[in-house]
Unconditional design. Structure first.
Length: 419
């Protein structure tokens, strides 16, 4: 194809930018994605309205729908950078690092910050909390069991394990757990009209950000004086080549972990429980050999849910992606939900198949420098929680979900359950 100027380029006739599109179901959106994957896998679209930093001169973005192209964009961080924003809609520049930590950074700074964080986020740290995760999963399922059923699965189960895991990893006092969850949920809900009401989204976002930053700074200060065996202590002590994390960097990472460590695992849990209800033969297959099969099952849970649906990059040099010339300065948006249903990679992707192997989903990112740092913690949580759910509540079923509209998190607001 021959590149033309962004100002004169016509937008694709298929709508994947509007709030109306993102208010439909995942199945309805997939029908649209399937057409684009087949006919126009790299297509040009208008920037979505309703962003926090709307720019009337923003020409639009390239939508990346195929699995292979998502992987290429993810791994070519020399061309497709994150420092100009990673959200589908625009975010004011001054809020990028404050809210997204090293997600919104590029090398060499991204490399250094990720090394520092990784030094604290080691296999030892994950192993140290695995017994705690298992114990928390047991307690949460027993709490759910004690309700007798006919409650909301999200609030009584799916939302509980991520925050307890995060709190114990970071050393957050139990008295602050609810506050951290409330503010973290706010950050991913500011585009939801039901949540927002008549409030100003930027004001709501800033209030949540400042509250989480204050929590992080107070906790970091305590750990410098009274170190403990937790992630915050490791963060304040982390050092790579003589460099340490600043307070602002620690606070930004705390925000990132509060969102990524909470909402994505919570959503995967809810979507997976719904799928196990709709496809009871898959539940029976898993129960027949839980320990031997939960590994592949968790990968399918994550592919099926695709809790993070989109991320953005910006080209800093001309690049030809799948035959389409992309100019320097143009934005590309990776549609992970589309990539995880790509028939060129997945056989019968519309089927919930816990035995699926291989399962190279892009739900934790398509590889590269920004691959999800907490993916192993998420998998441990899912493994522990579903072990307890399926063994302690074998008759548990969930009803129809109430979704949160939006293009970022594949969120379920409510999910009635009974057992």
């Amino acid at each position: 194809m021959t590149a033309i100027s962004a100002t004169s380029r016509e937008y694709d006739p298929v709508d994947i930018s509007s709030p109306e599109f993102w208010s439909t179901t995942a199945a309805e959106r997939e029908r649209t994605f399937a057409v684009l994957r087949e006919q126009r896998p790299i297509s040009w679209h208008p920037t979505p309205v309703g962003g926090l930093g709307e720019d009337p001169n923003d020409p639009g973005f390239w939508a990346v729908l195929r699995h292979a192209d998502i992987v290429e964009v993810s791994r070519r961080n020399d061309v497709f950078v994150s420092g100009q924003g990673v959200m589908f809609g625009n975010v004011p520049e001054e809020l990028l690092e404050m809210s997204q930590s090293f997600l919104a950074m590029d090398p060499p700074r991204h490399t250094l910050i990720r090394k520092l964080v990784s030094a604290a986020f080691t296999a030892r740290q994950v192993a140290r909390i695995e017994d705690q995760i298992a114990a928390n999963a047991r307690a949460i399922v027993q709490e759910l069991k004690a309700t007798g059923g006919d409650v909301d699965f999200v609030s009584h189960c799916a939302s509980k394990l991520p925050i307890r895991t995060l709190a114990q990893m970071m050393g957050i006092p139990e008295s602050d757990w609810d506050s951290v969850v409330t503010h973290a949920n706010t950050l991913v809900s500011v585009a939801d009209p039901v949540f927002l009401g008549d409030r100003d989204p930027v004001t709501v976002l800033l209030e949540a950000l400042f509250a989480l930053h204050q929590e992080a700074l107070e906790l970091a200060g305590r750990r410098r004086v009274e170190p403990r065996d937790d992630l915050m202590t490791a963060l304040v002590r982390a050092e790579v080549d003589g460099a340490r994390l600043t307070d602002a960097e620690i606070a930004a990472f705390f925000v990132l972990l509060s969102v990524a460590g909470n909402d994505t695992t919570r959503q995967t849990t809810s979507h997976a429980m719904r799928a196990l209800t709709v496809f009871p033969e898959q539940r029976e297959w898993l129960l027949a050999d839980f320990d031997g099969r939960i590994g592949s099952a968790v990968e399918e849970f994550v592919r099926w849910a695709t809790p993070v649906m989109t991320f953005r990059r910006t080209a800093v040099a001309p690049f030809t992606l799948n035959g389409q010339e992309i100019a320097a300065g143009e934005k590309v948006v990776m549609f992970y939900a589309s990539g995880n249903r790509d028939t060129a990679v997945f056989d019968a992707p519309e089927q919930f198949d816990l035995a699926r192997k291989p399962n190279p989903h892009v739900a934790f990112g398509g590889g590269g420098a920004h691959y999800c740092l907490g993916s192993q913690v998420a998998k441990v949580q899912l493994r522990c929680l579903f072990r307890e759910l399926l063994r302690e509540l074998p008759t548990l079923r969930v009803g129809g979900p109430v979704y949160v509209a939006g293009a970022f998190i594949h969120a379920i607001r409510e999910l009635p359950c009974e057992f």
